[in-house]
Design a protein around this ligand. Structure first.
Ligand code: A2P
Length: 314
């Protein structure tokens, strides 16, 4: 199994990238530097993470004439936030991300979610009663504006995130530039078997976010199952003399799913890339598949209250 997938555009996307969601300001620059220095060639970003300027500071130290890396050696992804879905806002949002990251182009630009929020500067526009203000802008209209970014050379490819099978079909039915990637929550407790098969049949690569279960998500409850402490995974990890995190990441890789583990800890950043020197047996893959419980940790912020109610009712 190679360390990259070939996207439908022909470009190469490294199977393991560094995730930057939840990486705090003051920590993410060093995390990106550590990652690039130990061999990562794929960094996953988003405007909504609020740290693209700091990621850009790290990229500037390592990429460019006279630096360790050439721009074309590093695959950089970013995402269009929900308040920027109005077609006339899309290019400005992309330009802001490019300025923050200090880049002249992105390798991949994703629509972060299929739903639009009211346009404006506020990330999470809310009514007085706390409910989120949505907008009627349809993702197919946003997609047309994203296609212009490819034509203008601001991005090499476009894709989607958090899209289900029907929504991907909607995009494919009207797209001039096909989505090359669907980035969704995926880990052994949410194995996404059907969505992976659907995407694969359409030539859309799946990327797993929260590939390790995102135990550091702000709304995590101590009563929730901790994926990295799953006893079944621990047993497998001991047998391969690897950590549970490495076992999970290898499982993603062997399924052909690219993944973006987040860490700000140097030893973990290094460890998470060391998943290409062993293979899981078919039995162990099957055992990890059997851990699936369709347990979704990440739902749109607007639904978090409902999620808590739903979890409490279980
Ligand atoms: P930290 O950033 O403090 O190193 P996900 O990628 O699923 O969002 O998971 C991120 C969480 O997993 C963070 O809390 C991160 O901690 C932790 N993490 C990342 N890599 C490892 C690893 N190899 N072993 C244990 N925990 C890890």
């Amino acid at each position: 199994m190679s360390g990259f997938v070939v996207l439908s555009t022909g470009s190469h996307m490294p199977m393991v990238g560094l995730g930057t969601w939840k990486s705090a300001p003051g920590q993410v620059k060093q995390a990106v530097l550590t990652a690039l220095d130990c061999g990562y060639r794929h960094i996953d970003c988003a405007a909504a993470y609020g740290n693209e300027q700091e990621v850009g500071e790290a990229l500037a130290l390592r990429i460019g004439p006279g630096k360790a890396l050439r721009r074309e050696e590093v695959f950089v992804t970013s995402k269009l936030w929900n308040t920027k879905h109005e077609p006339e806002d899309v290019e400005t949002a992309c330009q802001t991300t490019l300025t923050d990251l200090g880049l002249s182009y992105l390798d991949l630009y994703l629509m972060h979610w299929p739903m639009a929020f009211q346009r404006g500067a506020e990330m999470m526009p809310r009514r007085e009663d706390g409910s989120v203000r949505y907008s009627d802008t349809h993702y197919t209209d946003t997609w047309k504006a994203m296609e212009c970014l490819v034509d203008e050379g601001l991005v090499k490819a476009i894709g989607v995130s958090n899209f289900n099978a029907r929504q991907i079909n909607d995009i494919l039915s009207m797209a001039k530039h096909k989505p090359v990637v669907n980035q969704v929550e995926c880990h052994p407790y949410l194995s996404q078997q059907a969505l992976i098969a659907h995407c694969r049949a359409l030539g859309v690569c799946m990327t797993a976010y929260s590939p390790l279960g995102s135990g550091d998500r702000p709304w995590a409850s101590p009563n929730e199952p901790a994926l990295l402490e799953d006893s079944g995974l621990r047993v497998i990890a001991e047998r391969y003399d690897k950590t549970p995190a490495q076992i999970i990441l290898r499982w993603h890789v062997q399924r052909g799913v690219t993944c973006i583990p987040k860490s700000v800890t140097p030893s973990r950043i290094q460890q998470n890339l060391q998943v290409f020197d062993f293979s899981l047996s078919e039995e162990d893959i099957a055992q990890i598949n059997s851990l699936n419980r369709n347990d979704r940790f990440i739902v749109p912020a607007v639904d978090r209250g409902r999620e808590r109610v739903w979890r409490d009712a279980e």
